[in-house]
Structure formats: structure tokens, C-alpha cells
Design a protein around this ligand. Sequence first.
Ligand SMILES: C[S@@+](CC[C@H](N)C(=O)[O-])C[C@H]1O[C@@H](n2cnc3c(N)ncnc32)[C@H](O)[C@@H]1O
Length: 377
Amino acid sequence: MPDPQAPLVSWHEAGATRTACWRSERGAPPPRRVTVVDDRLGADAAFRLASEGSALLWRGDFQNARQLLQAMTRRVERTRRKPAATPADAFNLYRLAQSQRARTLGMLLLPLDADYTIPLRRAPDVRQACRDAWGPGDAPSLVSLRELLGVIGAHEWRKKGVEIAALGARIHPHYGVFSPVRGEYVALLAQAPLPAATLAFDVGTGTGVLAAVLARRGVQRVVATDRDPRALACARDNVARLGLGGQVEIVEADLFPDGRAPLVVCNPPWLPGRAHTPLERAVYDPGGAMLRGFLAGLAAHLAPGGEGWLILSDLAEHLGLRSRDALLAMIDAGGLAVAGRLDTRPVHPRAADERDPLHAARAAEITSLWRLTARAA
Ligand SMILES: C[S@@+](CC[C@H](N)C(=O)[O-])C[C@H]1O[C@@H](n2cnc3c(N)ncnc32)[C@H](O)[C@@H]1O
């Protein structure tokens, strides 16, 4: 049964009005203007129409649509950007450019049948990738080629997995779940001295990677939380694949599970800011709410003598989005003291890319594991 809440998109084609469900993970509204196009459309015309806000429903060859999207991407990249006066300006301009890029490139649409077959020449079979990302198909829909390529890419990553040195095994991220591709923060968690090996909480577990590392380090029981259904399913899948189901329990919760533990870990999204897509929700923490909530509630969830491990990069500080003083004030307001800190420099491909507008901030970035204890009352 089609979801009665699903937004619809309508267009004129071959003398009739057609309607389909509208899919957009990034929350783009259904386009009001849809032009039906095929292989005869050139990249300049496609780019102009998309920039003017006209969606392009592709009826040509699938592989040609991919090439057209690449040609449109090159045109977006040629757009001149304003110079930024401060790191915070550079960051805001960068995000603005990212969302303009997503809007323009998201205008090239493909049709999907109810079972996610793409009814186009030379189209790949994406049915399993779509079911993994969106659940069972129920009605014909339109989706942007750009988002569909994201679903296909995520499906490949899920099959292949990400090698985690600290586990000696692979973690399989699901679509829309934060992927531990930057291994430096996992390595910090693998090195920090354990305060106890009886029980740990992992707040915001994502793929379950940190919970799994703690279990492999010998923590007898780990309770890991998340509130995103995709993360919960993904963490359960990874824990089961690793044979850690007897040690790690995945529960749906807003921040902490019930009770206290001698070790509570949390790797919140590292940048305060609005999140436009599910993936951005793992990178951006709207209003810094998760960081603040973790620091405000930690002391009440620590067993006597316990430690909270906060994993956080200082990228937000280099970008002028949060100051070190503000972080220390939140730690203090939570009744916490800093018992120690482990630092590492990320190995980040973009840290070396001088064309990246955030190059200076990324090159200076340090990722830390803060060891926090409850201050004596
Ligand atoms: C940056 S990801 C980290 C995931 C994982 N711990 C890791 O280190 O790879 C942050 C995770 O916190 C989750 N999250 C955000 N707000 C939350 C909340 N209030 N309660 C529980 N989980 C939350 C997100 O869904 C996401 O999976």
C-alpha cells in the first residue's frame, strides 16, 4: 500500500497529467515544474533549466543520465565563490554552496517502478539497494539521480564494510548511518585505560563500532543507545555479525540508558549546525544539543569513581563555531572535572587539499578523547 502521507509530484507528459510519489531524503519539496527530457538534452541546457528551478524527468538512457549529471557537476564547480573574511564566514559560505549544489544537481530526476526497477535503457538493478535504504517499495516514484547514486554507493559500502583495526574486523554501515571511515577516533577509544571492565554505556552508537571495540577490549556488558531507527538496526546487525550479541545490548533511547555505569562513552556529531539530510545529522549537532545533553546528564549516569569519555574534534573551534571556553564551561556546569585527555591528529584526505575552503581549519584539527569524572559534591 502506498504511504498516504508520502508527498506526490505531478507533471504533464504525452498529453496527460501524471502523478508519482516523491522521494527526497534531504527533504527537498516536490518540484513544481517538471520537464520531461531525454538523451537529446545538452549539458548547458540542462544546467540552465536546473539552475532556474525546473526539474528534469529523464526518459533516456540511464548511463547517459549519469554522464549528464557529471557534466552538470563540472558546471556547478565552475561557479565563482565569494571570498570569506573569517573562518566562520568560510564555513557558512561552504554550507550555502553545498546546499545550492544539492538543489541544482538534485533537479535531474529518474522514475522508479513500485518495486524500484528503473524503467530506463541500460539501467542497473537497484532494487535491493533501494529496499535496504527505504524499506519495501509500494508505488511508482520519482527520485533525483544524485540521491539514487548515494543509495547505490551506500549499498556497496554496506556490503564491503569498513576495516576497523582495533577490531580486526569490518563494520558494515547502513544507509544514512555515520560511517567510521575516519579511524583515528576509534583508535583513541581502543587505547584509553579502562576504568572498569564490568559495564559501559555507548551513547549514540551509530554503527555500534565503539560498543564493539569496548566489548572486544573485555568489557563484560555494553548497553548502547541511539534514537535513529536506521542506526539501531545497523548496530544490531554489526553486533550480531561480530558474535557480540551476548555482551552488547542495543536500546532505543534519547541519550542515556537507565542506570549508572563505570564507563560512559559518547561521540556526538562534531559541529554545531542545522542538519539537512540523515547523513548530516551525524556530522551536525543542531544547536549543540547532543553535546550539551551528554555533558549535563553524564554525572547522574556515572557509577562512583566512573569515567565519561567524550570524543570530540576541535574543528568547530577552528571554524569559530564553538570556543574552547564554552566547552570547558559546559563540562564545569555538568559537575564534571577533566581527568585527562588523549589527542590525535586525523588522517584526513581533505586536510591536504588546499582548494578546500576549510583547508586551514581541517589541517589544524585535533581529535580528543576527554576523560571526565563527576566532581565531588
Ligand atoms: C557522530 S555519530 C557517532 C556514531 C558512533 N558512536 C561512532 O562513533 O561511530 C552520533 C550518533 O548519535 C546519534 N544521536 C544523536 N542524537 C542522539 C540522542 N539524543 N540520543 C541518542 N543518540 C543520538 C545519531 O543518530 C548518531 O548515530
